[in-house]
Design a protein around this ligand. Sequence first.
Ligand SMILES: Cc1cc2nc3c(=O)[nH]c(=O)nc-3n(C[C@H](O)[C@H](O)[C@H](O)COP(=O)(O)OP(=O)(O)OC[C@H]3O[C@@H](n4cnc5c(N)ncnc54)[C@H](O)[C@@H]3O)c2cc1C
Length: 300
Amino acid sequence: MYLDELTQLCGKLGCRITPECPLSEYITFRFGGPCRALISVNSARSAAELIKYMKDNSIRYGILGRGSNIIASDEGFDGVILLFGSDFARIEISGTTIRCDAGALLASACVHAQHASLSGMENLFGIPGTVGGALYMNAGAYGSEIKDVVVSAQYIDSDCVIRNIDKEDMDLSYRHSIFADSDCVITSVTMQLTEGDADKIKEAMNECMAKRSSKQPLEFPSAGSTFKRPEGSYASLLIDQCGLKGLTCGGAMVSEKHSGFVINKGYATCADVLELCSQVQKIVKEKTGYVLELEPVILK
Ligand SMILES: Cc1cc2nc3c(=O)[nH]c(=O)nc-3n(C[C@H](O)[C@H](O)[C@H](O)COP(=O)(O)OP(=O)(O)OC[C@H]3O[C@@H](n4cnc5c(N)ncnc54)[C@H](O)[C@@H]3O)c2cc1C
């Protein structure tokens, strides 16, 4: 069984490995079956070695950041999850440049920037995920995207070689980057900020967080906005217009506070969420003509 060999490799690399790990504990939606093993990556080099091992041995693997944009299958994932989290989360500031390991929380990067009186990330504060996950999705909010501040990134290419890429080559657009079209894995992100006033930056960050708390159902597990913004409209507006607030499937419900969010009332399964999403998509298409596309990534 490959797990013995993988455990030895993790020992050599100093990475923690948890066999038969429930994904529900690692995704913000709080459901999902087990993966064969979850490995907490601790460096770009370890990640490259681990990915090479998976590829050489034809083992399925998946990359997880904070799990805040993931729908995990009830059956789990028949493979290994490489977690880019707190074991790989250094943040370094040099002048107006901030460099973050892929597992660093975006919120921590924002706080570090604020402490250093660096402006540019205020509107990203409150997006619950890692810096790597944010670049993968080109995360954004309130008129800003990570695209506005990123200058370069380090990544592991398809041949398991660690390389650098400039922003111009990342094909960044609404909730999309080149990484989403490939099996390349982001290991660090460098962003260019501007000098600002620490108090004003903090105020702007607090305003963002206050808007989130007042408009979003943060008291329930979710994956944030469940549908991408369709061209010419807003998913939440269309769902609202169709009277779908509160629509429920098992433990999954269209939030009454923000109709763009499907929430887990506490006992939702992946099947509940996918069934609810498909009902919403069908009704919105029938009533408005708009096609709603799922924003979270399905891990199965
Ligand atoms: C309450 C709430 C509010 C949210 N608000 C927003 C918002 O305002 N704006 C917004 O854009 N999003 C929002 N989201 C969605 C989510 O937080 C973002 O998309 C976030 O950037 C995902 O980061 P993550 O680390 O959690 O990635 P994950 O969910 O773990 O992964 C998402 C995808 O990225 C891939 N990935 C992760 N890390 C890497 C890496 N290092 N290299 C390659 N691939 C990688 C994964 O394989 C997966 O395909 C929200 C989510 C929640 C729960």
